[in-house]
Design a protein around this ligand. Structure first.
Ligand SMILES: Cc1cc2nc3c(=O)[nH]c(=O)nc-3n(C[C@H](O)[C@H](O)[C@H](O)COP(=O)(O)O)c2cc1C
Length: 199
């Protein structure tokens, strides 16, 4: 059976919520999915001052674990239009996988949250592609495979690079039903392509 890992970082829980919807879509497409988070790098004192809630109980991933999967979906909490230092720290721990070509030919995808509409829904996808390329992974974008990405009825995250959500400038907006639907479709689409690549 096709095996997919979701690897995310979430400070306030928005990306963690999207991860569950993406996983729902992956399972609906008949693939196995495990959800992981990357290790936190901020001290507890700083997390407290930032008002971060406790983490979900998804296990913390180590780089070696990635070898077990046919595809990896990264869930990104936006930082200055790109990914966070926590994700970067995890990326930098994958050097031995890079040197041994362990990830070559595996599928890669991305979903994201940003505080604001112009805050990185597209650039997060763009800026993570070099990581995929260096590992020889095959980037599977969402495109408009889910027609709801076209929707103009209400503000929503997502772009042709991947599904997504707006957290709002103060983080008070949780993912909408429309955004979660797009995440489910994204998971299905990613699992379908990953199964083809792995066959
Ligand atoms: C240091 C920092 C930088 C951020 N940079 C951006 C940004 O460039 N654009 C934006 O729209 N939101 C930005 N945000 C807001 C985050 O993207 C938002 O808190 C996050 O998407 C919420 O998801 P999470 O709860 O899963 O962490 C930033 C937040 C922090 C803490």
């Amino acid at each position: 059976m096709t095996k997919i890992a979701i690897v995310y970082y979430s400070l306030y829980g928005h990306v963690a919520t999207l991860a569950e919807s993406v996983a729902e879509g992956i399972k609906a497409a008949g693939a196995d999915v495990d959800i992981f988070q990357v290790a936190e790098t901020l001290p507890e004192e700083v997390l407290g001052k930032m008002g971060a809630p406790p983490k979900k109980d998804h296990p913390v991933i180590t780089a070696d674990k990635l070898k077990e999967y046919d595809g990896v979906m990264f869930g990104i909490s936006g930082r200055y239009g790109s990914y966070s230092a926590q994700i970067k720290t995890f990326m930098d721990s994958t050097g031995s996988l890079w040197q041994t070509g362990a990830m070559v030919g595996k599928a890669a995808g991305v979903f994201q949250t940003t505080g604001t509409q112009g805050g990185g829904q597209e650039t997060i996808g763009l800026t993570i592609v070099p990581f995929f390329a260096h590992h020889g992974m095959v980037f599977v974008p969402l495109g408009y495979a889910e027609p709801k990405v076209f929707s103009f009825d209400e503000p929503h995250g997502a772009s042709p690079y991947g599904s997504g959500s707006f957290a709002g400038p103060d983080g008070s907006r949780m993912p909408s039903d429309l955004e979660k639907d797009i995440c489910v479709s994204h998971g299905k689409h990613f699992a379908t392509i990953t199964a083809k690549l792995a066959s």
